[in-house]
Design a protein around this ligand. Structure first.
Ligand code: KIV
Length: 283
């Protein structure tokens, strides 16, 4: 079994120019397949709101849902760096609230670190969590939890004023003690600058080449069909495969092709007489 990577390994990968490949997973089987494939890390993202629960966004996702899914993913991937994603309003009201909820991911769900959205405005929360001994990943640029404030799921930093805000946010995340920062929906020019400027790993989704990439598993495996972001790359079409399998199953049940002989149990040999009597007894 490969050695479980730590934050020091991710730092080393940046220094050596090695890309980090990671993905979201919210359940035992998916996490176990990701680990078996050699994924560098796994995020139990609040994108579960859309991918698993069918919400329109991530805002309704709760701490309880995140903890439960992180536990399931941990059970499937015991040997992979696992990131718990702090849901909307689980770290916004006070530093104490942020530390308490971050601690739950580590104690109750076995996460190795937590991720939270925002830069300058959450720097005090990141610092508080880091001071409590918990490893933090920042998330700047397109931050889906504040999509209403951003005017929708829109790329950020495409003009100089907005690029300044993204850069200031990423710098604030680093200054607050985060071990890495995820940059979402930002022009590659800004991400490249941040990758060179920051000593910590800069990971991207819809942000061009940096120190590594994450994708939402529903997009990568073609399981999430409600919409596909511009930056998603589909490596399989599980929606098609699953729908066909369900159709084949329905057809087999209706035509009694399933269960076939190999799927059935039969009475033990020598029980024929006793069974006959049993049926007679019950009429
Ligand atoms: O919740 C999530 O899936 C995310 C993605 C942007 C990776 O944070």
């Amino acid at each position: 079994m490969a050695k479980k990577l730590s934050r020091l390994d991710f730092q080393e990968m940046k220094i050596k120019g090695e890309q980090c490949a990671w993905v979201t997973a919210y359940d035992y089987p998916t996490a176990s397949f990701a680990e078996a494939a050699g994924m560098d890390m796994i995020l139990v993202g609040d994108s579960m709101g859309m991918v698993v629960f069918g919400y329109d966004g991530t805002v309704p996702v709760t701490m309880e849902q995140c903890i439960m899914m992180t536990q399931a993913a941990r059970a499937g991937a015991r040997n992979t760096w696992l990131i718990g994603d702090m849901p909307f309003m689980s770290y916004h009201t006070s530093v104490g609230q942020a530390i308490g909820n971050a601690g739950r991911f580590i104690k109750e769900a076995g996460a190795d670190c937590v991720k939270l959205e925002g830069g300058v405005r959450v720097a005090d929360k990141i610092k508080g969590i880091v001071d409590a001994g918990i490893v933090v990943m920042g998330h700047v640029g397109l931050t889906p939890q504040s999509s209403a404030a951003l005017g929708g799921f829109r790329a950020q930093g495409r003009d100089a004023a907005s690029a300044r805000a993204v850069i200031e946010d990423a710098l604030a995340v680093h200054a607050a003690g985060a071990f890495s920062v995820l940059v979402e929906g930002v022009p590659e020019e800004i991400t490249s600058f941040l990758t060179r400027k920051l000593p910590i790993p800069v990971y991207g989704i819809g942000a061009g080449i940096c120190d590594g990439q994450v994708q939402v598993v529903g997009d990568l495996l073609g399981m999430f069909t409600a919409f596909t972001p511009k930056f998603a790359k589909k490596y399989a079409n599980l929606a098609e495969i699953e729908t066909k399998a369900f159709k084949d199953y329905i057809s087999d049940v209706k035509s009694k092709q399933y269960p076939a002989e190999e799927h059935k149990y039969h009475m033990l040999k020598g029980e024929g007489e006793a069974l006959k009597k049993l049926f007679e007894e019950f009429g």
